[in-house]
Ligand binder design. Structure first.
Ligand code: GTQ
Length: 345
């Protein structure tokens, strides 16, 4: 490696001329933007336990009525990116949202893509482009870019869910904005009613569907059953994982972020190879140790953590008798589009 010059080594008058004319010498900045072999990463391994989040969220329920907050959310912010920037990783935003019985979070649509992973409570629904999706624990519900969505709660206990958005990416690209709307009319039928069975898809008049988002709700019951069957049918396979896909195309459900469910067998330790994307892990069932670089977290149920890209992650199911289930979000689709997706082993 060459020893690169520093800005301070240049004469002040020359530096002043450059700055005045909106010019910058590359040399002193080159290593910062093109570091050797491994990118610099601000994403710090971070654990957000649900036990410390729930009381704060419930307090937000008392402090912030819905008419003062379009959405009542506590953002899971990564200190490595600066809390105020509301990023878990370069492309991922995470928030825990609370809806109390009788409340309604009004309709809007925005350019960032969102998903909800339901954490606890029953009786809430999200209506996405006129499709009313029941929210049950572990369900994944999509709010793709530009689609109207509103949340409503007619049950009796508070409902909490995890929001995952590609907001930091959209904001960075200067394409992030929202539009407010009216209460939606609910149409007939739901994608999950006709698409939730793997291997077969609706084909009226022999035509496969062409919608970008034919299925908006991915019931946990189905994903869990698929994982349990996979584990039984492939007893030697270490990584028991499914990807949430568009059932017509088999592609990732959204453009930028990828979503997965993973089962750890009782007592299993699983090493995930170092790959370029940052990842988010959320415990749906069970207790899981997560090890990345020199960090160690124990995810209890409903806990969430994130890990930076280019690092191997080791997961361990703490139970010797029960399987554990994780929801995972990552930046793989984005990395594939950028042509930078890497597995380093
Ligand atoms: O529920 O529509 O966490 O628009 C952030 C922005 C949730 C939502 C968030 C949003 C929403």
């Amino acid at each position: 490696m060459h020893e690169l010059g520093r800005l301070e080594d240049l004469p002040q008058d020359y530096r002043d001329d450059l700055a005045r004319l909106n010019r910058v010498p590359l040399g002193p900045n080159l290593r910062a933007v093109l570091p050797p072999k491994v990118p610099s990463r601000n994403t710090r391994p971070t654990h957000w336990p649900y036990a410390t989040l729930k009381p704060l969220l419930m307090r937000a329920g008392e402090l912030t009525p819905m008419h003062k907050a379009e959405r009542r959310v506590l953002v899971l912010a990564n200190p490595g990116h600066g809390l105020e920037n509301m990023k878990a990783s370069p492309a991922m935003y995470l928030g825990m949202q609370l809806l109390l019985p009788g409340e309604w979070a009004p309709a809007h649509r925005h350019t960032p893509n969102a998903v909800r992973m339901i954490v606890e409570g029953r009786g809430a629904t999200t209506t996405v482009n006129g499709e009313k999706c029941p929210m049950e624990r572990g369900d994944l519900i999509l709010t793709p870019t530009g689609q109207w969505h509103e949340h409503e709660h007619t049950g009796t206990d508070p409902v909490v869910w995890l929001d995952v958005l590609d907001l930091p990416l959209m904001y960075y690209a200067e394409v992030s904005y929202a539009v407010e709307g009216q209460r939606q009319d609910v149409g007939q039928g739901r994608g999950d009613e006709v698409y939730a069975r793997g291997g077969i898809v609706p084909t009226p008049y022999f035509e496969r569907g062409r919608a970008d988002y034919p299925m908006l709700r991915y019931p946990w019951q189905e994903a869990r059953a698929a994982l349990v069957s996979l584990a039984q049918s492939q007893p030697d396979q270490a990584c028991v994982q499914v990807t949430y896909v568009n059932p017509d195309t088999g592609r990732d459900v959204q453009n930028n972020l990828g979503y997965y469910a993973l089962m750890l067998r009782p007592g299993q330790t699983l090493r995930l190879p170092a790959r370029s994307p940052s990842q988010v892990f959320h415990a749906i069932e069970g207790q899981v140790d997560v090890a990345v670089t020199e960090h160690r977290f124990t995810l209890a149920e409903a806990d969430t953590c994130c890990t930076p890209g280019y690092e191997a992650v080791t997961l361990n199911n703490r139970s010797a008798t029960e399987p554990a289930f994780l929801f995972i979000a990552d930046e793989s689709p984005l990395h594939h589009k950028l042509g930078v997706y890497e597995v380093r082993g």
